[in-house]
Design a protein around this ligand. Structure first.
Ligand SMILES: [Cu+2]
Length: 177
């Protein structure tokens, strides 16, 4: 019986270690909010943004939050935003890894400093990279003629599904040992 509870404890520890840390909600500019006169490059420095985190923009109704391309970000071009909001409180979920660019859509405000770029890192447990090279499936010798029907699902499995199966394997092993 003691051995059994030790296994349960072990399982809990493994699960805690494997589950990615909770998503972080970042308030852009902290108490300064989304406004003129806040240095957003210093606000982002030292912060790590992961897939699943989100940005909250709090601002006066005289501003907007526009997600824009890298080019529009660097040239402060307004009017061709990927998405825009002027509700006063905008939450942007960071769903994809890579750079994301935000500016205020009011003429002159981006040039006045209302521009924010964040680089989102993806992956479980924050290893910084989810970009896996496209998997090339080598058919077993002798079955080359049927290679077009080989399953290729492994490339589309999300990290969480992979994690789930790893955990299941660990649990299975523990209870069979
Ligand atoms: Cu503005």
């Amino acid at each position: 019986m003691e051995n059994y509870s030790a296994r349960i404890l072990c399982l809990i520890l493994i699960t805690c270690a494997a589950v990615p840390s909770l998503a972080t909600v970042y308030t852009v500019g902290d108490s300064g909010g989304w406004a003129l006169g806040v240095d957003y490059s210093s606000w982002t420095s030292g912060k790590t943004f992961n897939v699943g985190d989100s940005l909250v923009f709090n601002y006066q109704s005289s501003h907007t939050v526009d997600e824009v391309t890298a080019n529009d970000y660097s040239t402060c071009t307004v009017g061709s935003a990927i998405s825009t909001d002027n509700s006063g409180s905008t939450t942007i979920p960071l769903k994809t890894p890579g750079p994301h660019y935000f500016i205020c859509g009011v003429i002159g405000h981006c040039g006045g400093g209302m521009k924010l770029s964040v680089t989102v890192t993806g992956g479980v447990a924050g290893n910084g990279s989810t970009t896996t090279p496209p998997s090339t499936i080598t058919p077993p010798s002798g079955t080359a003629t049927t290679s077009s029907t080989l399953p290729s699902s492994s490339g589309t499995l999300s990290p969480f599904v992979a994690l789930f199966f790893t955990l299941m394997a660990v649990i299975f092993k523990l209870f069979l040992s």
